[in-house]
Ligand binder design. Structure first.
Ligand SMILES: [Zn+2]
Length: 113
């Protein structure tokens, strides 16, 4: 399961950050998930809750922010959020688009004590 591997990486990242800050407990984990990242936020949340016991994130709440797909059109220069998953420029209809945001998953913020 894709999501399981992601939460395990996330726990490791949290541990490293906590150690650097001499923290023993993480209370809140905020991540950003792009719509194109292939990650299902619902599954990610379940995996997080199922495997957080015994980790630094034992008492942590996971906050998932979804990042829209942002594209830039090479034909007309349009730059903005792609509302539909058709990969056509909403302004000129070209499919010559570059994705500038929405492909990645990353850690935004940690709260620890
Ligand atoms: Zn265009």
């Amino acid at each position: 399961m894709h999501e399981l591997a992601i939460v395990q990486d996330l726990f490791k990242l949290c541990e490293t950050n906590a150690m650097k800050n001499n923290a023993t407990n993480i209370t809140r984990v905020e991540i950003q998930v792009g719509r194109l990242s292939g990650v299902e936020p619902h599954y990610l949340e379940s995996a997080f809750d199922a495997f957080k016991q015994g980790t630094i994130c034992n008492d942590a709440k996971l906050i998932i922010n979804t990042q829209d797909i942002v594209v830039k059109c090479d034909e007309c220069g349009f730059e903005g959020v792609l509302m539909e998953n058709n990969f056509l420029c909403p302004t000129c209809g070209s499919n010559n688009l570059q994705v500038t945001a929405g492909e990645d998953l990353f850690l935004m913020r940690l709260e620890m004590e």
